[in-house]
Design a protein around this ligand. Structure first.
Ligand code: ARG
Length: 461
């Protein structure tokens, strides 16, 4: 038997493998709520415009509501021979309400239908992700406030560089996540136009009201070009780009958790809630959640790569290639959602070892820059010269295997006679972080102010 939705000119059924490669119902059934909402908006508009009888539009709406509850209660049978969510819903509608069901697809195509459904889905997902990201920021800022004065080593090249505060380090991620949210919000603003009514590719001869359907579905306006509307997926590429950048930020944080919790560093502890054991080594506490956060960035970037490559070289307008826009996107967004939740969980769970952090912060002559800055300030030495003098004092300390603040004043004076006792006041890690008061700097007072500013802002959202 030929396809009952489009089989008018066909005499026999598709090959089994044709059906298998063609069907998207296995994954696009996830769009059922958006599909039904789109159909309801379309039917109401057709009724209001007198394109279908008001009574038929009403019957269609009721039938669609019945289908929605059937799906939500798990009583709906999705059928692969009906290809996708759109035809599964429409076919069931015909079973429930009979003839009027055939009028729903007036002035519409699956091309504008799927573009609409998918935009709605991406928009809903962006909203959910935004709320989760705000929660992650809250977790980071709260922990940062509690540790605004906790000194830790700051690294460049993963070599101890200068002391920073743990709070300052966490607040760096609050800023990154803020930009991630901004990128998602930008993408949302651009995607929030309604393709419905673009029909197959050319628009329609029926006197439809695209403003009405756009409004009913919460879009800002209808899309302005029917060809563009059915054949671009830049809203997917853009949100997946934003998702990828976000995933990479969280992956970097996860990597830091892996480093910090490693016994060789031992700067941070995760509780049993966020660690796993080894089946052979009884002593192990592995940061699996952090490792998976790190790894899932790979799938998310993978989904972005996939959609970019699928779209590359597709002529306008719709091509079935575009059905491949969904699975990777669904997967990437659920992965990102999980990753954000796991990261927020770890942030709330982790406890820094303040003593070890402070000790580690002082290693590797981390206050050498403070010494150089002292030479500039106290002796009016040009910074380049101060850098050189400090380098010689560090070399001296290194030869003797002692910390910078343990170098006797006389030995410092042998390098630079004008150095006084006052220099020791800048060589402690606590003094060092306290002195970094420039805007955006690591001084505890600055960190506290930033954390509070963010918490206040996040409280309003
Ligand atoms: N399942 C299809 C998709 O996801 C729906 C659009 C089908 N359109 C078509 N002309 N065959 O892209």
């Amino acid at each position: 038997m030929s396809n009952k939705m489009w089989g008018g000119r066909f005499t026999s059924a598709p090959d089994a493998i044709m059906e298998e490669i063609n069907a998207s119902i296995g994954f696009d059934q996830r769009l059922y709520a958006q599909d039904i909402a789109g159909s309801k908006a379309h039917a109401a508009m057709l009724g209001a415009r007198g394109i279908v009888a008001a009574q038929d539009a009403e019957t269609i709406a009721q039938g669609l509501d019945t289908i929605l509850s059937e799906i939500e209660q798990g009583r709906f049978t999705f059928r692969r021979e009906l290809e996708d969510i759109h035809m599964n819903v429409e076919s069931r509608l015909a079973e429930i309400i009979g003839a009027p069901a055939g009028r729903l697809h007036t002035a519409r195509s699956r091309n504008d239908q799927v573009a609409t459904d998918f935009r709605l889905y991406v928009r809903d997902t962006v909203d959910a992700l935004d709320a989760q990201l705000a929660d992650l920021q809250r977790a980071l800022a709260e922990k940062a406030l509690a540790h605004a004065a906790t000194v830790m080593p700051g690294f460049t090249h993963l070599q101890t560089a200068q002391p920073v505060t743990f709070g300052h380090h966490l607040m760096a991620y609050v800023e990154m996540v803020a930009r991630d949210r901004g990128r998602l919000a930008d993408a949302r603003r651009r995607l929030n136009e309604c393709p419905l009514g673009s029909a197959a590719l050319a628009g329609t001869s029926f006197p439809i009201d695209r403003e009405a359907t756009a409004r009913a579905l919460g879009f800002d306006r209808p899309t302005a070009n029917s060809l563009d509307a059915v054949s671009d997926r830049d809203f997917v590429m853009e949100t997946l780009s934003a998702a990828s950048i976000c995933a990479i930020h969280l992956s970097r944080f996860a990597e830091e958790v892996v480093i910090w919790t490693s016994p060789s560093f031992a700067l941070v502890k995760l509780s049993d809630a966020f660690t796993t054991g080894s089946s052979i080594m009884p002593q192990k506490r592995n940061p699996d959640a952090a490792e998976l956060v790190r790894a899932k960035a790979g799938r998310i970037v993978g989904a972005l790569t996939a959609i970019l490559v699928v779209m590359k070289g597709l002529p306008l307008a719709y091509a079935k290639d575009m059905q491949e826009d969904k699975e990777g996107t669904f997967d990437a967004f659920s992965a990102l959602s999980l990753v954000i939740a796991a990261t927020a969980g770890m942030v709330r769970d982790l406890v820094p070892d303040e003593k070890r952090m402070e000790k580690a912060a002082g290693q590797g002559y981390s206050t050498a820059t403070d010494l150089a800055d002292w030479l500039v300030r106290a002796l009016n030495m040009p910074f380049r010269e101060a850098h050189h003098v400090t380098g010689r004092i560090v070399a001296l300390a290194s030869e003797r295997g002692i910390a910078l603040h343990k170098v006797p004043l006389a030995d410092m004076q042998a390098v630079e006679p004008r150095i006084t006792d006052d220099v020791f006041s800048v060589l402690s890690v606590v003094r060092s972080v306290r002195s970094r008061v420039s805007y955006g700097g690591t001084a505890p007072a600055r960190v506290r102010a930033q954390a509070k500013r963010w918490l206040k802002r996040l409280g309003d959202t």
